[in-house]
Design a protein around this ligand. Structure first.
Ligand SMILES: O=C(O)CCC(=O)C(=O)O
Length: 276
């Protein structure tokens, strides 16, 4: 155990807008997390459906404050916090904006339209996207058949693209997505459980519906620097420094159950999810 990002990986992130760290979490760790997540009544109570344009639904639960529960121990783990610290611009302390448990169910799990995460967070009035980073930990296998993430490597260098509403989601201007695809490839991010994707707020990405008979679950956490204060966000988690925990805390600490102290997002009816 123990992971330290290499200078080559930092350079790849800067050039491509993402890196995949294979097996950042062990099979045993992921089995433990996935089992808790599947049986977690609190997660289920706070889950909501996000409709894609065809009415297919992605189930997700979003919260702001990472605690001593199993999810918090993962998002606060040294191997993730130090990695995002190396990838993000700036030097103020690393904070946690929010985490989402993404539950893309077999046959019904919906698509995500092309977007940049900063297409959402711009609306929260964060000023410095380079001081933010998203991390996706695969809890199940993610592949083409079950609607894995697709990215356009290098597209983060285009800067922020205009976004409009796309059903209940925010979608990037398709004109710019089409132009991006003339210049850059489309890559399917296939992951094994425990593989972890670090991606830039301006990389264009999407996913297709899960038409397979296998679920695709992942945990996506977003990090921010303390000095990158949003001017349109009520949660203060994104400017509250993370209390980092050692990598093995995840296995040796008996985690608490997640509670309402995590500050779950409640989906407002008819309002596109500004926090994505
Ligand atoms: O996991 C997915 O299918 C898409 C998630 C995504 O695009 C996001 O959270 O920004």
């Amino acid at each position: 155990m123990g992971f330290e990002i290499s200078p080559e990986q930092v350079q790849t992130y800067q050039e491509q807008g993402y890196i995949i760290v294979p097996s950042l979490f062990t099979e045993e760790e992921i089995e433990k997390l996935y089992k808790v997540a599947m049986e977690d009544q609190v997660m289920a109570q706070h889950a909501y459906d996000l409709n894609d344009q065809t009415g297919k639904k992605t189930k997700l639960t979003l919260w702001f404050t990472p605690g001593n529960d199993i999810y918090g121990l993962l998002t606060r783990s040294k191997r993730i916090v130090e990695t995002v610290d190396s990838l993000m611009d700036g030097d103020s302390l690393v904070c946690h904006f929010h985490s989402k448990l993404m539950q893309k169910q077999p046959k019904t799990g919906g698509a995500w339209e092309w977007h940049q995460d900063y297409g959402y967070w711009y609306k929260n009035e964060f000023l410095f996207p380079e001081q933010m980073c998203s991390v996706m930990v695969a809890l199940t296998e993610a592949n083409k058949a079950n609607g894995c993430l697709q990215v356009i490597p290098g597209s983060h260098k285009m800067g922020r693209i205009e976004h409009g509403f796309s059903g209940e989601q925010v979608g990037a201007s398709m004109r710019y997505v089409e132009l991006a695809l003339k210049e850059m490839p489309l890559v399917y991010v296939e992951l094994k459980p425990g593989d972890t994707l670090f991606f830039h707020p301006n990389i264009l990405h999407r996913s297709e519906a899960n038409l397979s008979d296998k679920a695709r679950w992942s945990l996506i956490s977003v990090y921010n620097r303390q000095n990158n204060k949003p001017y349109n966000e009520t949660s203060t988690s994104c400017i509250s420094p993370i209390e980092m925990v050692p990598d093995d805390a995840f296995m040796y600490i008996v985690p608490e159950k997640i509670t309402d102290n995590a500050s779950f997002l409640v989906k407002e009816e008819d309002v596109t999810l500004k926090n994505n």
